[in-house]
Design a protein around this ligand. Structure first.
Ligand code: MG
Length: 372
């Protein structure tokens, strides 16, 4: 069946790759009806030319409501969520309430509001599909098996640019050190999260919500070759992995088209080309963000939302030279203690703790600058 898509965040890294995938798939399978970007730009104008049937809009020009407006277009049946911040959450909730296919690249939505989003998706018959290479791998490996057959999930991590660095070196890492990711070319926020391994922490929480599994049964393994994208361990001991060259076009196409499979144009990986694949336990002493995320998930309620918002704010602060690499973790941990935990929660509560967490981080960053 032909799909009609709204691409939220069309000019970002995932958005541009989504449009490349859609262009290749062709209009027999997919129509793009909405292109929404943060701001008007030559790239957005060029995208509008490539997809002449689509309405192109920018949140800075037309207001943040254009995201939800695109989702509410009755012709739209598939939404790609690749925008950051609270706007992504509101658009995702609207898409869930409409019972759409929701392709989620913004993992922060599930971290902040997993319980709410999953419940709405269930109540309204929405289908959530991850555009995250690890979660797409898990999704692919578990096809045909029910949740009761699964024992553990193993999320692979490249280890980021600081995998072989000492704890002391990491403490003093600069912005350009942290932006130098060995495998994936991505946006600034996720690249910093990969360097601290907070990205993997967020992905633990993402897996818990998507697949209804407790954090104690989600492992992280460091696999610097980035060929195995994650593994599912079943009750009978079978371990199924999904493999290939790292390329986001595959998870994007799976989210859009599953169960249809078409050529992606991605280079094929022959088993003889894999070389040596290694898997190691992460060093949680050097990368404390992993344990912080597990703690947030165990504490539950609004704690993951606070961690997520504090992390976004502190990463922005680090990129503006307002704190050191190591201080990011301490500030996020402090924010998790400082903001009151609510449970159960609704969208208003989540947005409220999000604002509080960001304000807390801002005041910390000001203090740090004052002290230095
Ligand atoms: Mg990932």
């Amino acid at each position: 069946m032909r799909k009609s898509v709204a691409v939220l965040g069309s000019t970002g890294s995932i958005g541009t790759q989504t449009l490349d995938v859609i262009e290749r798939i062709g209009t027999d399978h997919i129509d793009v009806l909405h292109l929404v970007a943060n701001r008007s730009s030559p790239l957005l104008a060029e995208q509008a030319k490539r997809f002449p049937q689509a309405t192109a809009s920018a949140t800075l020009t037309h207001g943040p409501s254009v995201l939800v407006d695109a989702v509410m277009d009755p012709r739209v049946d598939t939404v790609v969520v690749a925008v950051s911040g609270a706007a992504a959450l509101e658009a995702t909730i609207a898409a869930c309430k409409r019972g759409l296919r929701v392709c989620i690249a913004t993992k922060e939505v599930l971290v902040a509001a997993g319980a709410l989003v999953m419940q709405l998706a269930k109540d309204h018959g929405a289908t959530l599909l991850p555009i995250d290479s690890e979660h797409s791998a898990l999704f692919q490996a578990m096809q045909g098996y029910g949740p009761e057959t699964i024992d553990r999930m193993h999320l692979t991590a490249s280890g980021g640019p600081f995998r072989t660095w000492s704890a002391e070196q990491i403490q003093n890492a600069t912005i350009s050190d942290a932006l130098n990711h060995p495998t994936w070319k991505m946006g600034g926020k996720i690249t910093i999260d990969s360097a601290s391994m907070m990205n993997k922490g967020l992905e633990i929480i993402e897996a818990c919500w998507l697949y209804g599994i407790p954090e104690s049964r989600v492992d992280v393994v460091v696999h610097p070759q980035s060929i195995v994208h994650s593994l599912v361990e079943f009750k009978d001991g079978s371990l199924l992995a999904q493999m290939g060259y790292p390329d986001m076009r595959l998870p994007i196409q799976i989210a859009l088209l599953h169960p249809i499979k078409l050529d992606t144009g991605i280079p094929r990986l022959h088993p003889t080309q894999m070389g040596t694949l290694t898997f190691d336990a992460p060093d949680t002493g050097k990368f404390p963000a992993l344990e912080l995320a597990r703690q947030a998930m165990r504490n539950g309620g609004t704690v993951p939302a606070v961690m997520n918002a504090a992390n976004e704010a502190v990463v922005a602060g680090f990129l503006e030279n307002k704190c050191s690499f190591a201080q990011m973790h301490d500030i996020v941990a402090d924010a998790m203690d400082a903001v009151q935990r609510l449970d159960p929660m609704n969208l208003t509560d989540i947005l409220d703790v999000d604002t509080q967490a960001r304000a807390y981080v801002t005041s910390c960053l000001e203090k740090h600058i004052g002290a230095s």
